[in-house]
Ligand binder design. Structure first.
Ligand SMILES: *Cc1c(COP(=O)(O)O)cnc(C)c1O
Length: 253
């Protein structure tokens, strides 16, 4: 089990290498793709992820409530050959397999309204194209990072492992993260999260996911940080990235 887009730190985990190592030991791999699906390439089959699950509420920008799930042939074989009872009804994939499959054996009542919401979200992904969607997430991430660095801050994650969807700038020495985040919310209507555990008070966690990965939000946040941190040049540096890339960073609709 691994988390593809690790949202407590902002790091992208190497799915291919993890799956290869696990398969060499005869293990199957479950990948949490909650904060990558729809925002960054997941490449489930190419990476060899046996069971991948995600959520609808992050980069797909649908309401919360469904967990898109896919299983490899090997994972399905293992599941169907299981003889010991599953301790959970709700998460018993064998029962869900029978519900989803041709026998349609009752397991739960499917939330039909959510399927319509997901269908609409996927239609928007298809209209934008996945390629353009990934590029939009990448561009807004790059512009945000340029702005953060121009403000004199650094990113918590090395450049090669950064998520485009969840950005973790390191807070300046002596900056009270609770106060900063309260001000961002109260004065600018922007909600960003703080760090967990050992990273509490040290980083911000800034989601640029799906519908929220847009140039206007990147510039709004950088402008707000300029005010709160009494620093300059963040929005200018981000604008330069948009200009040099020729990309808009907004959804083309
Ligand atoms: C948001 C998130 C979750 C939680 O999703 P919920 O639907 O809120 O339970 C799980 N894993 C990762 C990596 C996430 O970013």
């Amino acid at each position: 089990m691994f988390v593809h887009a690790e949202t407590s730190t902002g790091a992208l985990q190497p799915a291919g290498a993890i799956c290869r190592a696990a398969h060499e030991c005869g293990a199957l791999v479950i990948g949490d793709c909650v904060t990558s699906l729809g925002g960054m390439p997941v490449d489930i089959d190419e990476n060899g992820i046996d069971i991948a699950y995600s959520g609808t509420q992050k980069c797909l920008s649908a309401p919360p409530g469904l967990a898109p799930l896919t299983l490899s042939g090997a994972a399905l074989d293992k599941l169907r050959a299981r003889t010991s009872p599953c301790v959970s009804w709700y998460l018993d994939l064998k029962l869900i397999d029978e519900y989803w499959g041709t026998s349609h054996r009752y397991h739960h009542t499917a939330p039909i309204t959510m399927f319509f919401a997901l269908r609409e979200a996927l239609r928007l992904c298809q209209q934008e194209t996945l390629e353009a969607r990934f590029e939009r997430h990448r561009l807004n991430h790059r512009a945000f990072v340029a702005g953060i660095e121009a403000l004199g801050l650094s990113m918590h994650v090395p450049v090669a492992n950064r998520l485009w969807t969840l950005n973790t700038p390191t807070l300046p020495e002596g900056c009270d993260d609770g106060e900063l985040r309260k001000r961002l919310l109260d004065e600018f209507g922007i909600e960003v999260l703080g760090g967990f555990g050992p990273l509490a008070g040290k980083i911000l966690r800034v989601g640029l996911m799906g519908a929220s990965s847009q140039r206007q939000y990147v510039l709004l946040l950088l402008g707000a940080l300029e005010t709160c941190l009494q620093a300059n040049g963040g929005t200018r540096a981000a604008e330069a990235v948009y200009q040099s890339s020729g990309g808009r960073g907004d959804r083309e609709d």
